[in-house]
Design a protein around this ligand. Sequence first.
Ligand code: NCD
Length: 316
Amino acid sequence: MKHLLEVADLGADGIDQVLRLTDSFVEVSGRTIPKVPALRGKTVVSLFYEDSTRTRLSFETAAKRLSADTMSFSVSSSSVSKGEGLRDTVETIDAMGVDAIVVRHKSSGVPWRIASWVRASVVNAGDGWHEHPTQALLDCYTIRSRRGSLDGLRIAIVGDIAHSRVARSDVTAFAALGASVTLVAPPTLLPPSLEGWPVQVCHRLDEVLGGLDVVYLLRLQRERMTEALIPSLREYRTLYGLTAERAGRLRPDALIMHPGPMNRGVEIDAEAAGDARSVITAQVANGVAVRMAVLYLLLGSGADLVAPLPELAAQA
Ligand code: NCD
């Protein structure tokens, strides 16, 4: 595989391969010195045209734990502020001989364009409302590590589906692994067409809450809204927020998930985020190992891995 642009690049077998490889990198991440020489001599650049905390740090940590060199490109302190266009910027970076470009951009499709211009591998770290494949992989990994498999699980993705690249990637990945996915949102926060989406739709959280294996809350992405799509944050919380009271009605073995950043008191209350069934912190921790697996699959030869990583050796 040369690039990871969308979940469909992997399919169910590819997702499974990444998740199995992730187990090895979770083990590496738990070591006193959480580092392997797998990508020594490779360079990974993060090119973020949109704000990010966890995704950017997660990719950079992943690259460093694989012993790759990392470069970070910040739009505000680069020639982009002098008006340099995307293609010139990307070709300049590629000309330096980098091996992977991890890109986040507010416009859908940008990672595909970049992939057509460069020699390096491209990883989509979020393009507009479109896709965020490594988020979907870390979500699958987190669910699988708690529940063994996604097959047959009932998962509700709740909230601002319309503006969410996380929802698009998660739906594809969860459905590929056999889960039954329900989107829970007011009509104004659903995409205009759901044709081809392998989902059910429900407008009332309380209707599905008690039967769920996973409740996945999304942030209200107000920076992407150009008009008022909900009457008020208060009403949104009343109908769709995971309050402590609602968390009390979840099954004892249900999982509470959120991609971050959270708006506490809106889509999720602090008590629910801190509930024993919340795996929100595990999602962040697993994100590093999943991204190690992705970078290793795209760039690694596997030849110089240190023992004991029999699974990695088998992959090589
Ligand atoms: C998400 C994103 O940026 O797409 N965050 C993330 O990557 N963990 C979701 C969001 O911004 O709400």
